[in-house]
Design a binder for this molecule. Structure first.
Ligand code: SF4
Length: 67
């Protein structure tokens, strides 16, 4: 599973990095992007999906590696 953040939608609410600071990084203005290459460790899949559900701007998507 890999995380993507649509930078045109992100409004910098910081909910994603509050939920999963290991999966998201914030820039100086609070806008998020995936940490590293965006790959989600197996044991962090549920929290990644929770971050998707908790983004008010629907800016976060995840795709399976084999998709
Ligand atoms: S929760 Fe959504 S809108 Fe807020 S910083 Fe994260 S990606 Fe951006």
């Amino acid at each position: 599973m890999r995380i993507k953040v649509d930078g045109s939608l992100c409004q910098g609410h910081n909910r994603c990095s509050a939920l999963a600071p290991d999966l998201f990084v914030l820039d100086d203005f609070g806008f998020a992007s995936p940490a590293g290459d965006g790959v989600v460790p197996e044991d962090r899949r549920e929290i990644a999906l929770l971050a998707v559900d908790n983004c008010p701007e629907l800016a976060i998507t995840v795709e399976d590696d084999d998709a």
